[in-house]
Design a protein around this ligand. Structure first.
Ligand code: 4AD
Ligand code: MG
Length: 465
């Protein structure tokens, strides 16, 4: 059995060569049949569909067949033939079977079908073997690939920004500290503070909340860059849309204003969703059937229609008149909550929305200030079912304005001297945004909890796997 090259089940199903000999390897999804014939559904992860294996019981050792239960890993050699059965067009008539690994039915957690998504989260080491997670993980891969393709095709350079950062000033969220100090015996300064001089980096360090500030340094040299890496936020937000560790895509473009930024965000999202519709048809059809009937229509709708663009001020005026009672009351100046964002998207406009011109008080220090003295050139892209999927802005490129805003917001310039220097030496207008990768995967798969679109979710009190 070892001499023959393995056939991938996706190739067999998509481009079958009937009456040839094939060798397939994978995990048993189900086995059924009778005394004379057994039918095995074999899945190798390459495609949502399982391949039917037909076993003439008389030709095989009884002990071997007993070992073939749901979850077992096997190899099968046989002939590929047209199938008369329902649900598949081809099947393999087995001539040889080898069992790599059994899965004792008495204890294998996926022995039965139809487990809840909550239960599957507790067995994150096995859930990739379910149809649902297979589909989600293949779509996740396709989107990651499409992101690199989009930027590469459009002249952006992939910049690797650090995961361990010495600056904790962006203010995008609470941070996880990184240290090699002995927590039981912390060195202290004469004032009683922790003395980080003896720590690994000689200063206090954290896991990054965003690659943007370093991304800007790259854009001020290479023109257009993007980052795509893990980001960490230590907020205790137990919602279906927050993770403590998530992946973010952050393009940053020099010579680009807020309108160019919005145009890029809209084009980028439409490209990614179109890519998934074209390349992940089988997986999307499965998710549509199992979880969310409107999924594919919703994806198509987003790719075919313009996003609605309006200012925060206009958005707030609509929300104030809304015939809906919000948990958080609306007035100009508040940070919009998910319920407000979703009202605008789902009830008012029934399409994705880009909001701009937010009050400067609720946005980061680096956003370019508008002439009104009250608002900044921020933009948030709001999506149905998700709320905020992208946050971005035009950046303040004026040294004095940036410095004075930092002072107002008590951001120590001494920690960000390198960031400020880009405004001192050859400053240039530039803009960028951050797309939360899992929020994108959430939207494209139609799943309803962000814990179900990342292989190993990190949330408060949860880092088992
Ligand atoms: O709006 P945020 O905080 O923006 C930034 O970090 C900027 N530095 C981006 C930039 O301009 N380069 O985060 C950007 C996006 C959000 O819109 C959201 O999609 C996602 O990141 N996000 C999260 N996703 C999952 N879990 C969390 N805790 C998230 N926090 C933000
Ligand atoms: Mg944001």
């Amino acid at each position: 059995m070892e001499h023959q090259e393995r056939n991938i089940i996706r190739d067999i199903i998509k481009t079958p060569k009937l009456d040839t000999s094939v060798l397939v390897k994978g995990w048993v999804r189900t086995k059924r049949g009778n005394k004379n014939v057994a039918f095995i559904a074999l899945n190798d992860g390459s495609i949502i569909h399982s391949l039917q294996i037909v076993v003439d019981v008389a030709n095989f050792d009884e002990e071997l067949l007993k070992k073939i239960t749901t979850g077992a890993c096997i190899a099968v050699e046989g002939k590929l033939v047209a199938s008369g059965g329902q649900g598949q067009s081809v099947e393999v008539v087995a001539s040889k079977i080898f069992v790599y690994g059994t899965a004792d039915p008495d204890v294998f957690p996926l022995q039965k079908k139809g487990h809840s998504l909550e239960f599957l989260r507790e067995i994150a080491h096995l859930r990739p073997r379910t149809n649902t997670f297979g589909a989600v993980l293949r779509i996740r891969h396709a989107l990651a690939f499409a992101i690199h393709k989009y930027f590469n095709d459009n002249g952006f350079f992939y910049l690797h920004t650090p995961i361990i950062t010495g600056s904790d000033a962006e203010g995008a969220g609470a941070m996880f500290q990184v240290t090699t100090l002995d927590l039981k015996n912390l060195p202290k300064t004469s004032d009683g503070d922790i003395n980080y001089e003896t720590d690994f980096f000689g200063k206090s360090t954290n896991l990054t909340v965003s690659g943007q500030l370093e991304g800007e340094l790259g854009a001020m040299a290479l023109g257009s860059i993007y980052t795509f890496g893990p980001t960490f936020r230590a907020e205790n937000s137990n919602t279906p849309r927050h993770l403590a560790e998530f992946w973010m895509i952050e393009p940053e473009m020099t010579f680009c204003d807020i309108t160019d930024n919005m145009d890029l965000a809209e084009d980028f999202l439409k490209y990614l969703i179109t890519y998934a519709l074209e390349k992940c048809t089988d997986d999307l059809e499965f998710l549509c059937k199992m979880y969310d009937e409107e999924l594919i229509d919703r994806l198509k709708f987003v790719t075919e229609n313009d996003f609605k663009r309006l200012t925060y001020t206009e958005g707030v005026a609509i929300l104030e008149k809304a015939d809906q009672k919000f948990e958080f009351p609306v007035k100009w100046g508040i940070d919009l909550q998910s319920e407000h964002e979703r009202y605008l998207v789902e009830k008012e406009f029934k399409c994705p929305v880009i909001l701009t011109g937010y009050p400067k008080e609720i946005k980061a220090f680096y956003m370019k200030q508008n002439d009104d003295g009250k608002t900044v050139r921020a933009m948030d892209v709001l999506f149905p079912k998700i709320g905020e999927i992208i946050g971005g802005s035009q950046r303040e490129e004026d040294y004095e304005k940036l410095e004075s805003r930092m002072n107002e917001m008590h951001i120590p310039a001494k920690d960000l001297w390198w960031y400020l220097e880009t405004r001192k030496f050859g400053t240039a207008p530039h803009s960028g945004f951050g797309l939360g990768f899992e929020r994108l995967v959430l939207f494209v798969t139609g799943m309803s909890n962000i814990r179900d679109v990342i292989p190993f979710p990190r949330t408060p009190k949860n880092a088992e796997f």
